[in-house]
Design a protein around this ligand. Structure first.
Ligand code: 4LI
Ligand code: NI
Length: 184
């Protein structure tokens, strides 16, 4: 199982490279990695397992965060009652439509590869449509808003070598762009 020691931290070049397209059918190795990434997120959201294995909780994990430069991310988003509202392997994801209107988490963003607090709003499109492939190679499209849109943009950024703080306004980290929504 993946542990925090397997998570690559900022400063490692693999986080700054554009990841390679995933080809189908998935090799056994790639399929297992995808499964391990989703299992990591599940374990990280389970209080007992997170405590036992010292896991930081996350709702998204990109393959280059575990040192594999492939365009795939696991996303596992629960709601306040721990019902899963999104469980998806995003393979070769692309944002094909995005709103002008921006959104940002009021508390800022965290990242499993960044062992420090970087305060500030991370402005992202409030509504996006992504095109991606699932584990069977089927091409799917999904429209996302708010928190789900934020998480998927954070993960797709990873696959393109970006980290969340690249998007924080350096002059004024808490600058609120026109019409920007702040999610508390
Ligand atoms: C610096 N301030 C902050 O971090 C921050 C501070 C406060 C609030 C928020 C909302 C913040 N922001 C933030 N909180 C999260 N979590 C909230 C807790 N949760 C979780 C925790 C426990 C069990 C189950 C779960 Cl589900 C896990 C996810 N996740 C992300 N991000 C940014 S997009 C990718 C995603 C990610 O997975 N990061 C590792 N940001
Ligand atoms: Ni991250």
């Amino acid at each position: 199982m993946l542990l925090m020691k397997d998570i690559v931290r900022e400063g490692n070049d693999v986080l700054r490279k554009v990841t390679d397209e995933v080809t189908f059918p998935l090799s056994d190795e790639t399929r297992k990695l995808a499964e391990d990434m989703m299992t990591f997120l599940k374990n990280s959201q389970n209080p007992e397992l997170a405590k036992k294995h010292q896991l930081r909780p996350g709702v998204g994990l990109a393959a280059n965060q575990v040192g594999v430069s492939k365009a795939m991310s696991a996303v596992l988003i629960p709601d306040a009652d721990d019902n899963i509202i999104m469980e998806e392997m995003l393979i070769n994801p692309k944002i094909i439509r995005q709103s002008v209107r921006k959104v940002a988490l009021g508390e800022g963003e965290g990242c499993l590869s960044v062992d420090r607090n970087v305060p500030g709003y991370v402005p992202r499109a409030n509504k996006i449509t992504i095109r991606y492939q699932n584990m069977d190679g089927e091409v799917l499209e999904k429209t996302l808003r708010g928190y789900e849109a934020i998480v998927c943009q954070h993960e797709i950024d990873h696959l393109n070598g970006h980290l969340f703080y690249d998007r924080i306004n350096s002059d004024n980290p808490f600058f609120v762009e026109d019409n920007m929504l702040i999610l508390e």
